[in-house]
Design a protein around this ligand. Structure first.
Ligand SMILES: Nc1ncnc2c1ncn2[C@@H]1O[C@H](COP(=O)(O)OP(=O)(O)OP(=O)(O)O)[C@@H](O)[C@H]1O
Length: 256
């Protein structure tokens, strides 16, 4: 979906510089604009700074300068734990669930940011949306398959009905079949009006579901465009997307 240019971006970074050490920027001046309703994929070679960028947006990596806005509101300096209440949900690549707790307890903890009276109703709504989770609410989250863990991590993020969800490589370590299921789930979430931003190594699969793609190289945006166009551009595929000269991670085995 390509909304009118005048529309306030759902998520925007301006001249964003971020990194782990004060004198070592990894993200080096990124202007990223995500329109409401977009499913945007962030691509680029290993070490390009994709994860660092989304972590900076989520508030878990220090921002040196620049800004992050959500539907026009400045959230640059808002503490990480409050960003979810502002409407920005972040699903980290790892440690995105409490492995020793049950599915239900994981959802209860996520629901703690909501007012008490609505918590059970929100959890019930999630169970309706994710029947696989509803089937075994007392199961320990750490015993779930990789795909089901991602489902739980996404469900936790969705508990506040966020307008924007940002995911750091949700397909990491999953088999191609499970990757398809996770991507289908993201498409369905996007179809309900949620703006989705995801970092991905599964270039072809991600471009197939994305509306737009941004290619990050050495901490800067090098290319952006309609996902389908990028998929068909042999130069971009060769230079930045890893297709043709580095392994497509979709072939990796799932680690349960
Ligand atoms: N916790 C950390 N502390 C210091 N430097 C880090 C940390 N995590 C990542 N880096 C460095 O930041 C740079 C960008 O890493 P990042 O993970 O953001 O890249 P990426 O594009 O997501 O790559 P990949 O696809 O390999 O995950 C790399 O040079 C990496 O070594």
């Amino acid at each position: 979906m390509t909304p009118p240019a005048s529309q306030t971006p759902a998520l925007q970074t301006q001249a964003l510089v971020a990194g782990y050490e004060p004198d070592l920027p990894i993200v080096r001046g990124v202007d990223l604009s995500v329109a409401p309703g977009e499913l945007l994929v962030l691509l680029g070679p290993n070490g390009a700074g994709k994860s660092t960028l989304v972590k900076a947006i989520a508030g878990v990596v220090p921002i040196h300068s620049g800004s992050v806005t959500l539907a026009g509101r400045d959230i640059t300096r808002i503490p990480t734990h409050r960003k979810i209440a502002e409407g920005l949900a972040f699903v980290p690549q790892t440690e995105n669930i409490f492995a020793t707790l049950s599915i239900h307890e994981n959802l209860q903890i996520a629901a703690a940011v909501l007012p008490k009276p609505v918590r059970s109703e929100k959890i019930a709504a999630l169970y309706e949306r994710f029947p696989d989770l509803a089937a075994k609410p007392s199961r320990q989250a750490g015993t779930l398959s990789g795909g089901q863990r991602q489902m739980l991590a996404v469900a936790r993020a969705l508990i506040v009905d966020p307008p924007v969800i940002v995911l750091d490589e949700p397909s990491a370590g999953l088999s191609p079949k499970i990757v398809s299921e996770v991507f289908e789930m993201l498409q369905q979430i996007n179809a309900t009006g949620v703006t989705v931003v995801l970092v991905e190594q599964n270039v072809k699969a991600a471009l197939a579901i994305a509306s737009r793609a941004v290619v990050l190289v050495e901490g800067r945006i090098r290319h952006e465009g309609v996902a389908a166009d990028l998929l068909g551009d042999p130069l971009i595929a060769k230079l930045y997307l890893g297709t043709g000269h580095s392994p497509d991670h979709s072939q990796e085995a799932e680690h349960p």
